[in-house]
Design a binder for this molecule. Sequence first.
Ligand code: SF4
Length: 340
Amino acid sequence: MKNTSTIIPVYQPDCQVNSWKKLLKEAVSTPASLLEAVGLAEHPIRLQLAELSEFKTRVPQPYIDKMTKGNPDDPLLRQVLSHQNETITFSGYSKNPLKEEHNAIPGLLHKYKGRVLLILASACAVNCRYCFRRHFPYQDSLASGAQLENALSYIAKSPSISEVILSGGDPLMVSDSRLFEVIAKLEDIPHLKRLRFHTRLPVVIPQRITQALVDRLNHSRLKISLVLHINHANEIDSLLSEYLALFASSKITLLNQSVLLKGVNDSLDSLQELSEKLFENKVLPYYLHLLDKVIGAAHFEVNTNVAVKLIEELQKRLPGYLVPKLAREEPGRASKTVIA
Ligand code: SF4
């Protein structure tokens, strides 16, 4: 942590709230302005950009700050810069690769036994170009207002459900006060034991980890886990480390899931560095996902055999607890398929 003369004012919640919302509002929103922000406005790569209205560019400044300026191959830039490759449709790729269906109750996905996914927000703070939900109709699938009450009532009437997963759109897009209301309602359901957040927001705007949020989660009767989505060690800069340190003395479990992406993290050194840096920040590597075959993301695909080999080699370099499980999601399966 920095000394108190330079530290971000984490103990002043109002300041913090304004800070993360302002950063969100000011996120870069076109590929051209993103190139400009990283000193590549005149680079030939500008001729390969694609501006896609259905899945726009969205990149907050703290994430841009982690990129190496002037490098068109920067692994963070590659994840968020929209490319003409996204407009090509490849065989085997579809708009809804996991065949996620609308539940009878909007905002609720009951994919796995004992667990339900609750969708509180329709957007994320960043638009990752490989996202399997890039075509997902969030507007029809949001748990808000009466729909949230219906979703909560479904959970309350289903004693087999022991865990709720708040997922994306990013659940931390919701304000702390709204989030705390939802948490309180979930805590009132006696058979619920665990609450999990799937979020990438702190990775692109670390200021989203407010002290109030940490305190509220830490005092929940539910066992809380925060599953971050970090794909590359460069995403963990000193600012993110500072904010992750707020969880250090809490009861909250920090895990990470990544997606294996060509040109981003598909090397042994990159995966090793990521696992080690996660652990330095008290985050355990959990899953390394194979790419979901969504239209627009084919240029990120890493062959399964290559992926398995990477994990086998990683096992030789690292202790078991630092090697993520290589997994794939398959439509209709009751759980992820662990490959290695
Ligand atoms: S944060 Fe997650 S859900 Fe949101 S765009 Fe990125 S990959 Fe998709």
